[in-house]
Write a protein that binds this ligand. Structure first.
Ligand SMILES: O=C(CO)[C@H](O)[C@H](O)COP(=O)(O)O
Length: 252
């Protein structure tokens, strides 16, 4: 054990081994970039969360990194794109994206539908995912759903809403069958509700096991005040899952 200048004990970084979950995120992200980034890519979308940190890292190591611009889905990735020596662009400049990489909170087998928005970035994530025909998801093994969305991710479907609509939207969500509806709070980091990158609120609505995500998504989007939902239906081309033992698998 070493001491720093304030005489506190600390563990040197090199001695901290990467946890199984962390190395699973890294292998998923690295493999997804290596096996999918087109050699002639001009515009690359990069989502948000802790797994895409490794996407940005790997993109920053690619030989063709000066040939493409990266479109972030929020503040976090804007910084990471710059930190990794990549070129930043905006969705207004590049509304057609060659390939986009993003994380997920839960992935259903078969259609590869997703719950996203655990990190409160779902609107811009869906905008970027919609702008490409090549949406590749990176995730650790915990995100695999056995069948239906809402099985492993039990915090509810994240829904971005215009702030003054949240009470009305909450009422409508309960009428649609939500078992629990929570206005997401900033916790110890902020008194009051989470504010998204678009200055909106986030509601987490628990619908239990979701047998028909497309139908639920349509009903949610019809509520006045709902900006976007964290249900990503029929958007995903492939999912790279990292496993604890250093291997990976691909759903497509
Ligand atoms: O949708 C998201 C942020 O809004 C993230 O992609 C999702 O929460 C997965 O994050 P992580 O890679 O940290 O597990």
């Amino acid at each position: 054990m070493l001491r720093n200048t304030s005489n506190r004990l600390f563990t040197p970084l090199r001695t901290i081994a990467m946890s199984g979950v962390e190395s699973a995120k890294k292998i998923a992200a690295y493999k997804a970039v290596e096996e999918n980034l087109p050699g002639d890519a001009k515009v690359v979308g990069v989502g948000s969360g802790s797994t895409v940190v490794y996407v940005a890292e790997r993109l920053g190591q690619m030989a063709n990194k000066n040939q493409f611009v990266c479109i972030p889905t929020g503040f976090q990735l804007k910084q990471l794109i710059l930190d990794n020596g990549l070129t930043l662009g905006t969705i207004e400049q590049y509304p057609t994206i060659d390939i986009a990489f993003d994380g997920a909170d839960e992935v259903s087998p078969g259609k590869l539908d997703l719950i996203k928005g655990g990190g409160a970035c779902l609107f811009q994530e869906k905008l970027v995912a919609s702008a490409t025909d090549n949406f590749v998801v990176v995730a650790d093994f915990r995100k695999k759903s056995p069948q239906y969305l809402g099985t492993n991710w039990n915090k509810g479907v994240p829904i971005e809403v215009v702030p003054n609509s949240w009470v009305y939207v909450t009422r409508r969500l309960k009428e649609l069958g939500a078992k629990q509806v929570i206005l997401r709070q900033g916790g110890s980091a902020k008194a009051g509700p989470v504010i998204t990158d678009n200055n909106n609120f986030l509601i987490d609505a628990d619908f239990g096991s979701i047998k028909d995500p497309a139908a639920l998504n349509t009903k949610l989007l019809a509520i006045v005040g709902v900006v976007e939902t964290g249900l990503f239906v029929n958007m995903t081309k492939k999912v790279y899952f990292g496993d604890e033992d250093g291997t990976h698998s691909v759903w497509q």
